[in-house]
Design a protein around this ligand. Sequence first.
Ligand code: TXA
Ligand code: MG
Length: 331
Amino acid sequence: MGTGPKGQTPVLPGGEVGAIARAAEVLRGGGLVAFPTETVYGLGADALAPAAIAKIFLAKQRPADNPLIVHVADVDGARALVREFPALAGRAATLWPGPLTLVLRRNERVPDATTAGQDTVALRVPDHPVALALLRACGRPLAAPSANRSGRPSPTLAQHVLADLDGRVDLILDGGPTRHGLESTVLDLTGRRPLLLRRGAVTLEQLQALLGEVDSVEDGDEAARARSPGLRHRHYAPRATVELVDEGTGEIAVARALAAGQRVALVCRRDVRGVAIVERLPDGLPAYAQALFASLRALDAAGLDRIVVEAVPEQGIGAAIMDRLRRAAAG
Ligand code: TXA
Ligand code: MG
């Protein structure tokens, strides 16, 4: 696999049996396959093969200290990779297949390369027919970070994967736009109490209803933050500067940018007049989440200096949206 000219990586329809069989063969041979999940596209490799895992870090230009999520076909697949599967994990796993990743104590089958040397492993069962068919066909757990180059928004379309990783991945399975559009919720179950490491489509409220008290790394101290290696790295950042403003105040920020001679766009959930480039996203928060990363990528391709984004209410998946927007704005 090289890093040569554009147009090298084949894109196959994920719904076809032949495509799944070919992708499974690539994975069993230690190669890389990008595939759709219900959250975002993943860049997959055999989670138990260190040489294959090394290719993921190289292709993404991912910092070596950031561990990968391991995807499995079912709960038994997860149990096979951990030292203990506590009762809380059993309860949380009732949300599988789904956009929830559980951090548990790994066993000796999981190589250091996959967990970046951590004693824990992040596991999830994806809720997508193509991902599940691929997992079953190759018969291996698949390590798969989001299939973007590090620092870019996660891909919600096969074309996004191609834009970031053409020639760096052996095969892309196209499953159309991903349903949630934001990465999975990550929950650490290795401590005294469950710790929410990353917000996602499964909300904190849902987890509390299921598991009782759940801490959040956002409110945590240094020790809590140390349990989330992903927090150390820049994320979800388009090339343009992202400015997060209160809902209904976008025009003011746009006017300020224009006065400074910048090329600027406004992302919001309402109709706005008098602003040249407006990306109006759906009012409903699930639909907004689904569309967000594609919008950021499209605006970024337009070569803007600044993207002004209006805040959304932090209810339901709105909390995960705001988490991603804050990180993009901090870039
Ligand atoms: O929805 C998703 O989770 C997507 C799809 C492809 O499944 N994957 C994804 O992977 O978003 P990635 O690598 O972009 O994000 C994984 C996050 C990172 O923040 C990483 O630090 C954290 O999970 N993580 C992985 N293993 C961990 C571990 N052992 N302990 C703590 N955090 C871990
Ligand atoms: Mg990622």
